[in-house]
Design a protein around this ligand. Structure first.
Ligand code: IPM
Ligand code: MG
Length: 370
């Protein structure tokens, strides 16, 4: 990696805990930039409720233009409770995120589920069921029911959403997922509801077609209801899981409990040149601004940015190992603490962020000394 290549990173803090968690991810990236002599240029833009308040739009033109010109995007979260129960709201924070994903054609959403030894007891599942779990979800992100025709009939008694997929949409995400499985344990579970849905029958037939190019990958089809059950019954059976937009949304929230908390789950949304990186969790308005949020999912998303957008594997590992190190020392945010966690080990957002940053910096210093 040439040290003179400038990388433009657009930060979209968004709503709720978004600003708190992106602050620490950006700080980690800044430290890495300094330590490894990578000129990262940061810009910040509005999205979600914050953008609606300032401009009336959840994705202002200026934000979209900034993102289109970026090398990578770091997003916090979008969402505000005031819209959730209001069916008449025409403008919603989530529309900003969905439009951004669609405009940048970010069709492949990677969500890795990893077990941290130190956190096995934070999960509601038994340690022996969890240990050794390593799953990589490929969630289709720009199609399916999220983007189909929808509407509410004027009298308000009938509403509908349409789930549709094209062969092309399935082929491109399936190809990426099979390629990933080749570099891992060589198993791919394709999750659908082909016993009921036409779109799932097309999904299944297309995945079988793509699988012919990957004879070294074992393809397993699973209905989504069974997959939801198998994920907590025996998560170790999964390697790569390929699924559509809505099923992927639901299953990855479920799978987050395997790693202890939604607060630990990063994601990468990829297609061509630009990658977007965001935690799987939402804006958590109940704890926003209270210095209680877990910044680790966003910091791990920054690590995914270094790996997938910039091919900076060493730098990416440095963030991941620093987070693992802080967890091994027993430090916890509230979401991953349990009744056995000593009270003095329960950290605020800023405390755990500072500890992780110190680890990153001391490890960088060590590697410079060697
Ligand atoms: C996610 C989120 C989003 C989604 C919301 C905020 C629109 O839940 O990234 O998983 O449903 O895709
Ligand atoms: Mg979700």
């Amino acid at each position: 990696m040439s040290p003179v290549m400038k990388k433009r990173i657009v930060v979209l803090p968004g709503d709720g805990i978004g600003p708190e968690v992106t602050y620490w991810a950006r700080t980690a990236l800044e430290a890495i930039g300094k330590g490894f002599n990578h000129p990262f240029l940061f810009e910040q833009s509005l999205i979600g409720h914050a953008a609606i308040e300032a401009t009336g739009s959840p994705l202002p033109e200026e934000t979209l233009d900034n993102c289109k010109a970026a090398d990578a995007i770091l997003l916090g979260a979008v969402g505000h409770p005031k819209y959730d129960l209001d069916p008449s709201a025409k403008v919603r924070p989530e529309q900003g995120l969905l439009k951004l994903r669609k405009s940048l054609n970010l069709f492949a959403n990677l969500r890795p589920i990893k077990i941290y030894d130190a956190l096995a007891s934070a999960s509601s599942l038994k340690r022996e069921i969890l240990e050794g779990t390593d799953i990589l979800f490929y969630r289709e992100l720009t199609g399916g029911i999220y983007f189909g025709n929808r509407g509410t009939h004027p009298e308000g008694n009938h509403a509908y959403d349409t789930l549709s997929y094209t062969r092309e949409e399935i082929i491109r995400i399936a190809t990426m997922a099979f390629q990933a499985a080749q570099g891992r344990r060589g198993i791919l579970h394709s999750v659908d509801k082909a016993n009921v849905l036409d779109s799932s029958r097309l999904w299944r037939a297309t995945v079988i077609e793509v699988s012919k190019q990957f004879p070294d990958v074992q393809l397993v089809h699973m209905f989504v209801d069974n997959a939801a059950m198998q994920l907590i019954r025996d998560p170790k059976q999964f390697d790569v899981v390929l699924t559509g937009n809505m099923f992927g949304d639901i299953l990855t929230d479920e799978a987050s409990q395997i790693s202890g908390s939604l607060g630990m789950l990063p994601s990468a949304s990829l297609s061509g040149r630009i990658g977007m990186y965001e935690p799987v969790h939402g804006s958590a308005p109940d704890i926003a601004g209270k210095n209680m949020a877990n910044p680790m999912a966003t910091m791990l998303s920054a690590a995914m940015m270094l790996r997938h957008s910039f091919e900076m594997e060493e730098e990416s590992l440095l963030i991941e190992e620093s987070i693992a190190g802080v967890l091994e020392e027993g430090l916890r945010t509230r979401d991953i603490a349990n009744e056995k966690t000593p009270i003095e080990n329960i950290c605020t957002t800023d405390e755990i962020g500072t500890q992780i940053l110190e680890k990153i910096e001391s490890r960088m210093f060590q590697s410079v000394m060697i």
